[in-house]
Structure formats: structure tokens, C-alpha cells
Design a protein around this ligand. Structure first.
Ligand code: GLN
Length: 276
């Protein structure tokens, strides 16, 4: 390997960046002039815009996640534009899509779906792709997140299927067949203890669930049943220690708890309810 690669790898290792080879390769490819893929073993300096590379490497050395630097994160079957104003879609959230597929058996049914706190739009867009005849409303309270979701929806040509609105559930008056959400659910304490990558580069508005992390679930239990048709489903993401609290919170909501789903690390992650 040439010296340029060796010395930059060393910089990443010195900062204890977890996958230095992978990250270096991604950053080199993000700065390349040429069409062909750069691999570390045959790299040559003419292939990249060195200033661009150096500035992105410095961002990585300051712990900024790769996704925020290259403005791209994969989720389900697509790549999404992301920036500092939206939470990166995470692999554990894909279980929401899987559960929707388990529950709604016919992919071409004409269902009305609501995604609360859409952020990058990853959940709404993935559902629009899976359910051909669905009509999706995606809402968020952040102007900047709405801009990101809009970009993703337009990039993927889905503006006829997904209606994007800057609003809250208080202002929703339609009735839905399926409601999904990955709301902010970190407690104050959890937010203090997250990694620097999350603390400094993920938007607090997407993580902060109030003192005990449960504020959004309390609000959902009160308001969501009113905007569900009979037999509609609610599928939400929860924090790993929130299952019992959420079960209590929803016990008087008029929703029937159907199941919980754990993520690959065997942590409680998704809850599924139906309207009685
Ligand atoms: N899973 C996220 C995290 O660990 C939290 C997501 C959320 O609050 N919705 O940081």
C-alpha cells in the first residue's frame, strides 16, 4: 500500500475510529474524479480531489458519522439523502417495515398510512415501495427534516403517493388503516450517555423523548386511536427498556396490544397494536 494510504489509515486508527479501512475507502471514493471504484491496494493520488478528501477526512477524525459526511444512508431497499437535521435511518427500524408486511397481507390493497415524525422519509418511502396502492401521509414538526424528506420523495419519484406535511397529530383529522412511527424516545439520562457520534451529529429533536423518554408514547396513546379506523394497526419503535412502560401507557388507550418484536441484539424494539 502506498504511503498516503498508510498515513491516513494511521490517523483514523489513532482516533480509534472503528472501521478505518472501510471508512477510508468510502471517503476516497467520495472524492474521486474517476468512474472506477477506488480500492486501497491500487490507489493512486491522481484519482481524487485531494482538498475535498482532506476536509472530509478531518470531519471523520472529529467523529462525524460517514453517513453525514457523504450525505447517504441505506435503509431497507433504498439509499437516502441524510444530513445533520435528520436521524440516520437505522437497521433496527427496518423491523417496522417487516411487521407492516406481516400484517397487511395484500401488497396492492388501497390503504391509508400515516408516518409520524418522518425525518428523512425512510419509513414512508419504504412503505410506498412495498404497498403499490397505498396513500401515505408523512408528517414532521421540523422544517429542515421536511426539506430532507421532500428531497428523498422527489428523488424517488414518489410525490404522488406520499403527502408530506409540517404538522402534528393534533391537526390530523383523516382516519388511517396503518400508523407507524419511530418517535424520539431517549430519556434525558440516555441522551447524556450516547456516543459522541450521536450526541454531536444527530439532531436532538429526533431523540429527546422528555425526562423519562416516554412523552411521545403518552401523547400517542391519547390521540392516535381517534385517527384509526376500526381494525387499523399501529406499529411503533420503542427503546430497549421501554416495553413494560409502553404496555402500561397504552393499556387504557382502546388499542389492543398484539405483539412485540426484538431486534438482532435481542432487545425489545417494536410494538404492534390494533384498534378494537
Ligand atoms: N435508536 C436511536 C438511538 O440509539 C434512538 C432513536 C429514537 O429516539 N427514535 O440513538
Amino acid at each position: 500500500m502506498n504511503n498516503f494510504i498508510i498515513s491516513n489509515l494511521q490517523k483514523l486508527k489513532n482516533k480509534k475510529i472503528q472501521n478505518p479501512e472501510i471508512d477510508l475507502r468510502i471517503l476516497l471514493n467520495n472524492s474521486k474524479y474517476t468512474e472506477s471504484e477506488i480500492i486501497l491496494s491500487n490507489f493512486n493520488l491522481d484519482q481524487i480531489n485531494i482538498e475535498h478528501f482532506n476536509s472530509t477526512l478531518n470531519r471523520r477524525l472529529a467523529n462525524e458519522p460517514i453517513s453525514k459526511i457523504i450525505n447517504n444512508k441505506s435503509f431497507w431497499k433504498d439509499d437516502f439523502y441524510v444530513n445533520q437535521f435528520v436521524l440516520d435511518p437505522r437497521p433496527e427500524t427496518e423491523a417496522i417495515i417487516e411487521e407492516c408486511l406481516n400484517i397487511i397481507k395484500t401488497k396492492d390493497s388501497h390503504i391509508k398510512i400515516l408516518d409520524i415524525g418522518t425525518g428523512s422519509g425512510a419509513i414512508a418511502i419504504s412503505l410506498a415501495r412495498e404497498f403499490n396502492n397505498s396513500h401515505i401521509t408523512a408528517i414532521d414538526i421540523s422544517d429542515q427534516a421536511i426539506e430532507v424528506a421532500k428531497k428523498n420523495i422527489i428523488d424517488k419519484n414518489l410525490y404522488e403517493k406520499i403527502e408530506l406535511k409540517k404538522t402534528t397529530i393534533d391537526h390530523m383529522n383523516g382516519k388511517f388503516d396503518l400508523i407507524v412511527s419511530n418517535p424520539p424516545y431517549l430519556s434525558k439520562q440516555d441522551h447524556e450517555n450516547v456516543s459522541i457520534e450521536i450526541k454531536n451529529f444527530e439532531p436532538k429533536i429526533a431523540l429527546d423523548g422528555g425526562e423519562d423518554g416516554l412523552n411521545f408514547y403518552r401523547e400517542f396513546a391519547k390521540k392516535i386511536p381517534n385517527i384509526m379506523i376500526k381494525d387499523a394497526y399501529l406499529i411503533i419503535e420503542i427503546g430497549e427498556k421501554q416495553f413494560n412502560d409502553c404496555k402500561d401507557i397504552f393499556s387504557y388507550s382502546g388499542l389492543n396490544f398484539l405483539k412485540k418484536v426484538q431486534d438482532l441484539q435481542k432487545k425489545d424494539r417494536i410494538m404492534v397494536f390494533s384498534k378494537l
